[in-house]
Design a protein around this ligand. Structure first.
Ligand code: KIV
Length: 278
């Protein structure tokens, strides 16, 4: 490999996180850390840092492809992202979103989509948005031995049904449906549930009512784990600062500065210098 390769430290003995380990973590009150990644280099950094779950989210549609919603991303594109992440992940459990249109309303197609993700990308589990309405698809996928993670609350694949990205389940009727959906997903055999953008009080109640781990995003501190979109928490998405987001870096600024310096060095002929040539 040339001097330009990316150097990464490698853990000597790595024990893969499994759905059983996640359950044990909940049982002993240990929080679960989950973060998205969509490509090899980023996933290698995330995995090396000790992440429990890497989510190849359909948020790739937004942050990687620049679409306004998660709806346009295809199954083939998700498989491409997922296979890059799987090649990098030595420790983390890799969960992959089933994209919009690949599982709703047809459990046979849902199973085929999940099988493609497991076979072609080498993923460890799939994630699906919805409750009782997707029960048949969830059940069929589970029957094939594929672990499924549920996703309730704000479900971005249904954005055109709801109309906004505001907090969900504030009204009792929606909260009650969410409680029932969570129990249903558990009963079907899901190994975990993402709770997105719901009141912290409701997330606490749901997390206590189910045995399986809940992973929150904008759902407060009482979930069994937390998930964020990596571009948001690293500050790569300039200007996206919802209340629930803790930004750990400002990579937009840092990268912008570095790139401007490079442009300046090229234009001023200071790069490359004598030591940087052959
Ligand atoms: O696609 C995604 O990144 C997600 C997370 C926001 C949970 O589903």
């Amino acid at each position: 490999m040339s001097e330009t390769h990316i150097t990464m430290s490698v853990n000597k003995e790595v024990k893969r996180i499994t759905t059983h380990i996640l359950q044990e973590m909940k049982n002993r009150g240990e929080k679960i850390a989950m973060l998205t990644a969509y490509d090899y280099s980023m996933a290698a950094i995330v995995d090396n840092a000790g992440m429990d779950i890497i989510l190849v989210g359909d948020s790739a549609s937004n942050v990687m492809a620049g679409h306004e919603t998660t709806l346009p991303i295809t199954l083939d594109q998700m498989i491409y992202h997922a296979s890059s992440v799987v090649r990098a992940a030595k420790r983390a459990l890799v969960v992959v979103d089933l994209p919009f249109g690949s599982y709703q309303g047809n459990s046979k197609e849902a199973l085929n989509s999940a099988i493609r993700i497991m076979k072609e990308a080498g993923a460890h589990a799939v994630k699906m948005e919805g409750g009782i309405e997707i029960a048949e698809s969830v059940s069929r996928i589970l029957t094939a031995g594929i672990p499924v993670m549920g996703h309730l609350g704000l479900t971005p694949q249904s954005i055109y049904k709801f109309g906004t990205y505001t907090v969900r389940a504030k009204q009792e009727a929606e909260a009650q449906k969410l409680r029932e959906d969570a129990l249903k997903l558990q009963e079907l055999g899901c190994f975990g549930i993402v709770l997105e953008k719901i009141p912290a009080k409701l997330a606490k109640e749901v997390s206590e009512s189910v045995q399986i781990p809940t992973i929150g995003i904008g759902a407060g501190r009482h979930c069994d784990g937390q998930v964020l979109v990596i571009h948001d928490m690293l500050g790569i998405n300039d200007g996206f600062k919802p209340r629930f987001l803790r930004q750990y870096s400002n990579l937009f600024e840092q990268m912008n500065g570095a790139i401007k310096n490079y442009i300046g060095d090229v234009k001023s002929k200071s790069f490359p210098n004598e030591q940087e040539q052959y």
